[in-house]
Design a protein. Structure first.
Length: 337
Protein backbone atom coordinates (compact mmCIF):
# COMPACT_ATOMS: atom_id res chain seq x y z
CA UNK A 1 0.00 0.00 0.00
CA UNK A 2 1.37 3.42 -0.95
CA UNK A 3 0.73 6.19 1.56
CA UNK A 4 0.58 9.89 0.76
CA UNK A 5 1.99 10.94 4.14
CA UNK A 6 4.36 9.46 6.67
CA UNK A 7 2.85 7.19 9.27
CA UNK A 8 2.37 8.12 12.88
CA UNK A 9 4.97 6.15 14.80
CA UNK A 10 5.21 4.57 18.23
CA UNK A 11 8.85 4.30 19.23
CA UNK A 12 9.24 1.26 21.47
CA UNK A 13 12.43 0.78 23.49
CA UNK A 14 13.69 -1.28 26.41
CA UNK A 15 14.24 -0.31 30.01
CA UNK A 16 15.70 -2.68 32.56
CA UNK A 17 16.53 -1.68 36.15
CA UNK A 18 19.16 -4.42 36.28
CA UNK A 19 21.29 -2.92 33.51
CA UNK A 20 24.63 -1.45 34.64
CA UNK A 21 24.70 2.34 34.68
CA UNK A 22 27.02 2.46 31.67
CA UNK A 23 24.56 0.36 29.64
CA UNK A 24 21.67 2.57 30.73
CA UNK A 25 23.56 5.67 29.66
CA UNK A 26 24.53 4.16 26.30
CA UNK A 27 20.95 3.00 25.63
CA UNK A 28 19.51 6.39 26.55
CA UNK A 29 21.96 8.19 24.29
CA UNK A 30 20.91 6.06 21.31
CA UNK A 31 17.22 6.32 22.26
CA UNK A 32 17.26 10.12 22.43
CA UNK A 33 19.02 10.30 19.07
CA UNK A 34 16.33 8.08 17.54
CA UNK A 35 13.54 10.30 18.90
CA UNK A 36 15.21 13.49 17.68
CA UNK A 37 15.73 11.95 14.26
CA UNK A 38 12.11 10.86 13.95
CA UNK A 39 10.98 14.37 14.86
CA UNK A 40 13.40 15.98 12.43
CA UNK A 41 12.16 13.72 9.62
CA UNK A 42 8.59 14.89 10.20
CA UNK A 43 7.06 11.89 11.97
CA UNK A 44 4.39 12.33 14.62
CA UNK A 45 5.91 10.16 17.35
CA UNK A 46 4.84 8.75 20.71
CA UNK A 47 7.65 7.15 22.70
CA UNK A 48 7.42 4.37 25.28
CA UNK A 49 9.94 2.20 27.09
CA UNK A 50 9.01 -1.19 28.52
CA UNK A 51 10.27 -4.13 30.55
CA UNK A 52 7.53 -6.77 30.30
CA UNK A 53 4.34 -4.92 29.38
CA UNK A 54 3.31 -3.25 26.12
CA UNK A 55 -0.43 -3.19 26.81
CA UNK A 56 -0.36 0.57 26.17
CA UNK A 57 -0.50 -0.37 22.47
CA UNK A 58 -4.22 -1.02 22.98
CA UNK A 59 -4.71 2.74 22.99
CA UNK A 60 -3.61 3.02 19.35
CA UNK A 61 -5.12 2.03 15.99
CA UNK A 62 -2.72 -0.07 13.86
CA UNK A 63 -4.28 1.40 10.73
CA UNK A 64 -2.82 4.77 11.75
CA UNK A 65 0.27 3.90 13.81
CA UNK A 66 3.47 2.02 13.04
CA UNK A 67 5.77 0.62 15.74
CA UNK A 68 9.46 1.50 15.48
CA UNK A 69 10.73 -1.60 17.24
CA UNK A 70 13.83 -0.73 19.28
CA UNK A 71 13.18 -3.64 21.68
CA UNK A 72 15.93 -6.22 22.11
CA UNK A 73 14.69 -8.15 25.14
CA UNK A 74 11.53 -9.15 26.97
CA UNK A 75 11.50 -9.13 30.80
CA UNK A 76 15.28 -8.97 30.90
CA UNK A 77 15.76 -12.30 29.12
CA UNK A 78 18.80 -12.39 26.84
CA UNK A 79 18.20 -12.88 23.10
CA UNK A 80 14.43 -12.46 23.40
CA UNK A 81 13.96 -9.93 20.59
CA UNK A 82 11.73 -12.46 18.81
CA UNK A 83 9.35 -12.39 21.77
CA UNK A 84 9.13 -8.60 21.54
CA UNK A 85 8.23 -8.80 17.85
CA UNK A 86 5.68 -11.56 18.50
CA UNK A 87 3.94 -9.50 21.17
CA UNK A 88 3.78 -6.44 18.91
CA UNK A 89 2.16 -8.64 16.25
CA UNK A 90 -0.52 -9.77 18.72
CA UNK A 91 -1.73 -6.18 18.87
CA UNK A 92 -2.01 -6.09 15.06
CA UNK A 93 0.73 -3.56 14.35
CA UNK A 94 3.22 -3.38 11.54
CA UNK A 95 6.69 -2.72 12.91
CA UNK A 96 10.26 -2.21 11.79
CA UNK A 97 12.61 -5.14 11.40
CA UNK A 98 12.40 -8.86 10.87
CA UNK A 99 9.50 -11.05 12.08
CA UNK A 100 9.69 -13.45 15.05
CA UNK A 101 10.42 -16.60 13.03
CA UNK A 102 13.42 -14.99 11.33
CA UNK A 103 14.72 -13.58 14.62
CA UNK A 104 14.46 -17.00 16.27
CA UNK A 105 16.08 -18.76 13.34
CA UNK A 106 19.07 -16.44 13.16
CA UNK A 107 19.67 -16.76 16.90
CA UNK A 108 21.24 -20.16 16.19
CA UNK A 109 24.66 -20.05 14.55
CA UNK A 110 24.24 -23.70 13.58
CA UNK A 111 21.02 -22.98 11.69
CA UNK A 112 22.67 -19.97 10.04
CA UNK A 113 25.48 -22.21 8.80
CA UNK A 114 23.04 -24.80 7.51
CA UNK A 115 20.96 -22.21 5.65
CA UNK A 116 24.07 -20.65 4.07
CA UNK A 117 25.28 -24.09 2.95
CA UNK A 118 21.88 -25.08 1.57
CA UNK A 119 21.63 -21.77 -0.33
CA UNK A 120 25.04 -22.33 -1.91
CA UNK A 121 26.53 -19.28 -0.18
CA UNK A 122 30.17 -19.18 0.92
CA UNK A 123 30.76 -20.12 4.54
CA UNK A 124 33.48 -22.03 6.34
CA UNK A 125 33.23 -25.65 7.50
CA UNK A 126 32.04 -25.97 11.10
CA UNK A 127 31.15 -28.33 13.88
CA UNK A 128 28.78 -27.82 16.80
CA UNK A 129 30.23 -29.25 20.01
CA UNK A 130 28.22 -30.00 23.13
CA UNK A 131 30.98 -31.48 25.30
CA UNK A 132 34.76 -31.08 25.60
CA UNK A 133 35.24 -34.62 24.27
CA UNK A 134 33.86 -33.41 20.92
CA UNK A 135 37.16 -31.57 20.39
CA UNK A 136 38.70 -34.86 19.30
CA UNK A 137 36.63 -34.69 16.10
CA UNK A 138 38.10 -31.35 14.95
CA UNK A 139 41.48 -31.03 13.21
CA UNK A 140 41.62 -27.58 11.50
CA UNK A 141 43.70 -25.09 13.48
CA UNK A 142 43.87 -22.28 14.32
CA UNK A 143 40.15 -22.35 15.02
CA UNK A 144 37.69 -19.92 16.55
CA UNK A 145 35.12 -21.07 19.10
CA UNK A 146 31.83 -19.19 19.51
CA UNK A 147 28.71 -19.74 21.54
CA UNK A 148 26.31 -21.54 19.23
CA UNK A 149 23.40 -19.39 20.40
CA UNK A 150 25.14 -16.14 21.36
CA UNK A 151 25.36 -12.90 19.43
CA UNK A 152 26.80 -9.39 19.77
CA UNK A 153 30.22 -11.03 20.35
CA UNK A 154 29.11 -12.38 23.75
CA UNK A 155 31.54 -15.08 24.81
CA UNK A 156 34.20 -14.01 22.31
CA UNK A 157 37.60 -12.83 23.52
CA UNK A 158 41.24 -13.60 22.72
CA UNK A 159 40.77 -17.05 24.28
CA UNK A 160 38.27 -17.88 21.55
CA UNK A 161 41.12 -18.55 19.10
CA UNK A 162 42.59 -22.01 19.79
CA UNK A 163 45.56 -23.89 18.34
CA UNK A 164 45.21 -27.42 19.75
CA UNK A 165 42.51 -29.97 20.61
CA UNK A 166 43.26 -29.35 24.29
CA UNK A 167 42.64 -25.61 23.96
CA UNK A 168 39.47 -26.36 22.00
CA UNK A 169 38.19 -28.72 24.70
CA UNK A 170 38.85 -26.09 27.36
CA UNK A 171 36.98 -23.45 25.38
CA UNK A 172 33.99 -25.75 24.85
CA UNK A 173 33.92 -26.31 28.62
CA UNK A 174 34.12 -22.56 29.22
CA UNK A 175 31.11 -21.83 27.00
CA UNK A 176 29.13 -24.57 28.72
CA UNK A 177 30.01 -23.26 32.20
CA UNK A 178 29.81 -19.52 31.52
CA UNK A 179 26.95 -19.38 29.01
CA UNK A 180 25.17 -22.76 29.25
CA UNK A 181 25.68 -23.09 25.51
CA UNK A 182 27.07 -25.41 22.90
CA UNK A 183 30.14 -24.28 21.00
CA UNK A 184 30.39 -23.68 17.27
CA UNK A 185 33.93 -24.18 15.96
CA UNK A 186 35.23 -23.18 12.55
CA UNK A 187 38.65 -22.35 11.06
CA UNK A 188 39.99 -18.95 12.11
CA UNK A 189 40.76 -16.78 9.11
CA UNK A 190 43.47 -14.27 9.96
CA UNK A 191 42.48 -12.25 6.90
CA UNK A 192 40.69 -9.03 6.02
CA UNK A 193 37.30 -8.62 7.68
CA UNK A 194 34.28 -6.74 6.37
CA UNK A 195 30.78 -5.89 7.49
CA UNK A 196 28.01 -4.88 5.13
CA UNK A 197 24.43 -3.73 5.68
CA UNK A 198 21.41 -4.29 3.46
CA UNK A 199 18.26 -2.16 3.39
CA UNK A 200 14.83 -2.75 1.88
CA UNK A 201 12.43 -5.52 1.00
CA UNK A 202 11.19 -6.19 -2.53
CA UNK A 203 14.32 -4.69 -4.09
CA UNK A 204 16.95 -4.66 -1.32
CA UNK A 205 20.08 -2.53 -1.56
CA UNK A 206 23.52 -3.39 -0.21
CA UNK A 207 25.19 -0.38 1.36
CA UNK A 208 28.94 0.16 0.93
CA UNK A 209 30.87 -2.24 3.19
CA UNK A 210 33.12 -1.28 6.08
CA UNK A 211 36.46 -2.94 6.77
CA UNK A 212 37.62 -3.73 10.31
CA UNK A 213 41.32 -2.88 10.46
CA UNK A 214 43.47 -4.56 13.11
CA UNK A 215 46.76 -3.24 11.74
CA UNK A 216 48.11 -2.18 15.17
CA UNK A 217 47.60 -5.65 16.66
CA UNK A 218 50.48 -8.09 16.22
CA UNK A 219 48.92 -11.14 17.87
CA UNK A 220 46.23 -12.84 15.77
CA UNK A 221 44.26 -13.56 18.97
CA UNK A 222 43.73 -9.82 19.30
CA UNK A 223 42.44 -9.42 15.76
CA UNK A 224 38.85 -9.94 16.88
CA UNK A 225 36.00 -7.46 17.27
CA UNK A 226 35.13 -8.54 20.81
CA UNK A 227 32.21 -7.32 22.86
CA UNK A 228 34.55 -5.41 25.19
CA UNK A 229 36.24 -3.67 22.30
CA UNK A 230 32.89 -2.71 20.79
CA UNK A 231 31.45 -1.25 24.00
CA UNK A 232 34.29 -0.10 26.27
CA UNK A 233 35.35 3.31 25.02
CA UNK A 234 38.50 3.16 27.14
CA UNK A 235 39.67 -0.16 25.71
CA UNK A 236 42.57 -0.48 23.32
CA UNK A 237 40.33 -2.06 20.70
CA UNK A 238 37.71 0.70 20.81
CA UNK A 239 40.41 3.31 20.41
CA UNK A 240 42.67 1.63 17.85
CA UNK A 241 40.45 -0.45 15.57
CA UNK A 242 39.56 1.56 12.48
CA UNK A 243 36.53 0.88 10.27
CA UNK A 244 36.84 2.78 6.98
CA UNK A 245 33.84 2.89 4.67
CA UNK A 246 33.47 2.37 1.78
CA UNK A 247 35.85 -0.57 1.57
CA UNK A 248 37.92 -2.09 0.16
CA UNK A 249 39.12 0.74 -2.04
CA UNK A 250 42.00 -1.35 -3.37
CA UNK A 251 39.82 -4.30 -4.46
CA UNK A 252 36.61 -3.16 -6.16
CA UNK A 253 36.07 -6.76 -7.28
CA UNK A 254 35.97 -7.84 -3.64
CA UNK A 255 33.50 -5.09 -2.82
CA UNK A 256 31.20 -6.18 -5.64
CA UNK A 257 31.35 -9.79 -4.48
CA UNK A 258 30.78 -8.88 -0.80
CA UNK A 259 27.66 -6.91 -1.73
CA UNK A 260 26.47 -9.71 -4.02
CA UNK A 261 26.83 -12.33 -1.27
CA UNK A 262 25.10 -10.08 1.27
CA UNK A 263 22.10 -9.54 -1.00
CA UNK A 264 21.80 -13.26 -1.70
CA UNK A 265 21.98 -14.05 2.02
CA UNK A 266 19.42 -11.34 2.83
CA UNK A 267 16.95 -13.04 0.52
CA UNK A 268 17.86 -16.57 1.66
CA UNK A 269 17.03 -15.74 5.29
CA UNK A 270 13.88 -13.74 4.60
CA UNK A 271 15.27 -10.68 6.37
CA UNK A 272 13.23 -7.50 6.44
CA UNK A 273 13.90 -3.74 6.36
CA UNK A 274 17.58 -3.93 7.38
CA UNK A 275 20.30 -6.40 8.37
CA UNK A 276 24.08 -6.75 8.64
CA UNK A 277 26.51 -9.44 7.54
CA UNK A 278 29.99 -10.18 8.87
CA UNK A 279 32.55 -11.69 6.48
CA UNK A 280 36.25 -12.53 6.17
CA UNK A 281 38.10 -13.26 2.97
CA UNK A 282 39.31 -16.70 1.91
CA UNK A 283 41.40 -15.89 -1.14
CA UNK A 284 39.12 -13.79 -3.32
CA UNK A 285 35.89 -15.20 -1.88
CA UNK A 286 34.14 -13.62 1.14
CA UNK A 287 33.02 -16.14 3.74
CA UNK A 288 29.87 -15.29 5.71
CA UNK A 289 30.66 -15.49 9.43
CA UNK A 290 27.40 -14.20 10.89
CA UNK A 291 23.96 -12.92 9.95
CA UNK A 292 22.51 -10.11 12.06
CA UNK A 293 18.78 -9.42 11.84
CA UNK A 294 17.78 -6.10 13.48
CA UNK A 295 21.40 -5.00 14.10
CA UNK A 296 22.38 -1.95 16.11
CA UNK A 297 21.49 1.35 14.44
CA UNK A 298 23.47 3.71 16.64
CA UNK A 299 25.77 6.18 14.84
CA UNK A 300 28.99 4.11 15.21
CA UNK A 301 27.25 1.18 13.52
CA UNK A 302 28.18 -0.29 10.16
CA UNK A 303 24.62 0.40 8.98
CA UNK A 304 25.05 4.12 9.58
CA UNK A 305 28.54 4.15 8.07
CA UNK A 306 27.23 2.54 4.90
CA UNK A 307 24.30 4.95 4.79
CA UNK A 308 26.63 7.94 5.09
CA UNK A 309 28.78 6.56 2.27
CA UNK A 310 25.57 6.44 0.22
CA UNK A 311 24.80 10.09 1.11
CA UNK A 312 22.21 9.50 3.84
CA UNK A 313 22.38 11.11 7.27
CA UNK A 314 21.15 9.29 10.37
CA UNK A 315 17.61 10.63 10.17
CA UNK A 316 17.33 9.70 6.50
CA UNK A 317 18.52 6.16 7.30
CA UNK A 318 15.86 5.79 9.99
CA UNK A 319 13.25 7.18 7.58
CA UNK A 320 14.22 4.60 4.93
CA UNK A 321 13.65 1.80 7.43
CA UNK A 322 10.43 3.24 8.83
CA UNK A 323 8.93 3.92 5.41
CA UNK A 324 9.76 0.37 4.29
CA UNK A 325 7.92 -1.03 7.29
CA UNK A 326 4.96 1.32 6.73
CA UNK A 327 4.17 -0.56 3.52
CA UNK A 328 3.03 -3.43 5.78
CA UNK A 329 0.51 -1.38 7.76
CA UNK A 330 -2.87 -3.14 7.81
CA UNK A 331 -5.80 -1.83 5.82
CA UNK A 332 -8.04 -2.66 8.74
CA UNK A 333 -7.36 -2.36 12.45
CA UNK A 334 -8.30 -4.69 15.27
CA UNK A 335 -11.92 -5.66 15.73
CA UNK A 336 -12.97 -3.87 18.92
CA UNK A 337 -16.53 -5.12 18.83
Amino acid sequence: MTRSRRANVIALGNENPAWPDIDKAYANEAWQLLLRSLANEGYHCRAFTFFDDISFLEEFDPREWLVVNWGEEWAGEAWSDAEVAARIERYGFAYTGSPPDVLRFTQSRTRIKERLRDAGLPTLPWRTCAQPADAAHWSMFPAIVKGANQHASVGIDRGSVVDTPGELAARIAYLRDAHSDDALVEPFLDTREFQVAVLGNADPEALPPSEILYDTFGDLRDRLHTQAWKMDRDSRGYQEIRMPCPAPLDRPDWRDRIEQVALAAYRAFGLRDYARFDLRMLGDEPQVLDVNANPELDPPSVVQAGAEARGLNYGQLIARIVDSAAERMPLHGRDHS
